[in-house]
Design a protein around this ligand. Sequence first.
Ligand code: FES
Length: 159
Amino acid sequence: MATSRLMQHPILPVAPRADVPFTWDGCPSTAKAGEPIASAVMAHGVRVFGHHPKYGSPQGLWCANGQCAQCLVLADGRPVKACATPVVAGMDVRPLDGLPPLPADGARPTLGEVERREVPVLIVGGGPAGLAAAAELGAHGVPVLLLDDKDRLGGKLVL
Ligand code: FES
């Protein structure tokens, strides 16, 4: 299958990355190491990731930031946001047409221990504003807890 990816950029370097094999709707495909499912399938020309459970309308990339759930797919049988889920070698990725299946045994997911902390300031959101607030408070010796829904902070802080 032909791919379309940026291999060079006028400002940003594009480092070479290893290929990661996975399947899309049963067909062998490749992602680049660390690439989200959405980027990997779009590089192979896929624009529709599934269909709305009620209206049947095509679903796909919308916010590209893990906020809307328009990009839900099934990865190894579990519903995931394609824009926020990296491809793992051997992953079986399929379109989500309708509602995702419930676990066969009806078991609820096990949640881990909830850690309790008391801090003077809680910042929700690790974007540029949250990072700047945390840095400013930290510079004044104020303990801060910064929470974000991503697995890494995306803002670039320049002080
Ligand atoms: S495109 Fe919105 S959550 Fe993935």
